[in-house]
Write a protein that binds this ligand. Sequence first.
Ligand code: TPP
Ligand code: DXP
Ligand code: MG
Length: 641
Amino acid sequence: MTTFSKTPLLDTIRTPDDLRRLKVEQVRQVADELRQETIDAVSVTGGHFGAGLGVVELTTAIHYIFDTPRDRLIWDVGHQAYPHKILTGRRDRIRTLRTGGGLSGFTKRTESDYDPFGAAHSSTSISAGLGMAVARDLSGGKNNVIAVIGDGAMSAGMAYEAMNNAGAMNSRLIVILNDNDMSIAPPVGAMSAYLSRLYSGKTYRTLREAAKQLGNHLPKIIANRANRVEEYSRGFMMDGGTLFEELGFYYVGPIDGHNLDHLLPVLKNVRDMETGPILVHVVTQKGKGYGPAEASADKYHAVVKFDVATGTQAKSKPNAPAYQNVFGQSLVKEAQKDDKIIGITAAMPSGTGIDIFAKAFPTRTFDVGIAEQHAVTFAAGLATEGFKPFCAIYSTFLQRGYDQVVHDVAIQSLPVRFAIDRAGLVGADGATHAGSFDNAYLGCLPNFVIMAASDEAEMVHMVATQVAINDRPSALRYPRGEGRGVEMPEVGIPLEIGKGRIVREGSKIALLSFGTRLAECEKAADELAAHGLSTTIADARFMKPLDTDMILKLAREHEVLLTIEEGSIGGFGSHVMQLLADNGMLDGGLRMRAMVLPDVFLDHDTPAAMYGRAGLDAKGIVAKVFETLGKDFKAETVKLA
Ligand SMILES: Cc1ncc(C[n+]2csc(CCOP(=O)(O)OP(=O)(O)O)c2C)c(N)n1
Ligand SMILES: CC(=O)[C@@H](O)[C@H](O)COP(=O)(O)O
Ligand SMILES: [Mg+2]
């Protein structure tokens, strides 16, 4: 913990108003103290780390120069907003970050007036900012709108959709491109190479040059597009011109995003410009100011609690392999036998386990950047040529490529294999990252085969099953985190499509699980037995096609049938209910209930706490059985932990 010779200033700052009362010479000290506070806080809470360190100066400078929250400040993704939260009245709660009831790990409208837009999925800031700028113009407002977007987030199509619109509308919007030459992993794509050329070719603009750039723009108020075209034709815009200028933005930079002597005057000039959209290109270092994070920006993108002095993270010793690693290892084994297998990720190589596949098969691995829509249709193109693409995208991020799933994959029944990690509740990342909807949004699509692994051994067989499905798309869902510690098979054996399995024979109650809630069903069945209730447990394995014989048999032979899944309404339980209703099984004595996530967005907590709140743990299953039987459920009679 760095100590400061001068009187600490951060303690005197509750909101940016307090910051703006300081002299400009004091801003550097505030930034230094802010960096230390960020390091200390995250060492206690864990969470996203490198990105926030990289924008300490930028955060301080923006809040010093602009009149936030009247001036709207939007952080793209929002994972870098911890320093922003410290400066905007949340320092007292910063050590509750990402814990139940504590601060969100991203910006959140309900958390603060200084968070005008919620984030977490990337590349939304320019669109939201343009919306706010146009609303301001329509209302006769005068405030500024600033969107801070990273170089990684600039690899997503949505950012170009927004810039394309903003450039044509000539609306006053300030985009700050925070270019640290990192995504989670090193950045990929032509845009990343272009940005590197921009700042390596020109080196940093000196302050004088940046001021000259601004000066070139200041006297000109380009009233409309026609004038702008004329100005272009007179070579008015920057020498050579950048992509951003071609899109109608004034481009300023690249400038050193850690040098307050440059940041402050440039932002002040930009603030006072009465022109169309401006892009300020700042170059920063992810992890700036903390050695271990500077040295290994990808490993310190997100951290668990760590020792500040050494940077050593308190990694818990897992008692089972992580699902993402089981996926990567299984895919490697399958690819050793099949040279048509391809691995695709959208900027999440380590999170999806595709990094494991990349080490073994670098020429068959593609990281397309933060571009899920492209990833899906890229995979579809590969599939048309006989390849076997495994498109590994988190459930929540696959939402961004949904039309591509429907239009380019399902309708054409192309054999794209979707490896859907982070299915179900993910915990600290909260509602924006919960994989709640893929059962519903995929289950309604014809042609799909849809599986859920109940444990890591099942997952190995399901990867092998996907390899073998060559005439239609398939999806395999599995949760964030570790497996159950079950015995692992040497090789994956393809499962019979549409066949589930009975895990435990019983009589009165049937628990039909889809996915990893199976473990909770087993605990619940033990508890129910203690209350004299005999329970059958079945693992559906497939949501599409359903194992109709098994399910209809369960319905015929049991008084109560519960389905359990880690997903919203409209998923597995709905499909089972449809089957039972269509077969007249709901017309008589069977008491059927579908246990799903509640119809609310659940705030962050530990996954266990969230599933407990959702009633999808063993206790919740027992309670549901009692309720369905019309028995009084006395929680105190339940011995479950
Ligand atoms: C649509 C979407 N896909 C993937 C992610 C996962 N993700 C979170 S941050 C990040 C990298 C962002 O890079 P950049 O914008 O450069 O920000 P930096 O971390 O470098 O500050 C990614 C891929 C996401 N948040 N949203
Ligand atoms: C900010 C972001 O979207 C990613 O960093 C995400 O938080 C990663 O999630 P996992 O930690 O589950 O890989
Ligand atoms: Mg970056």
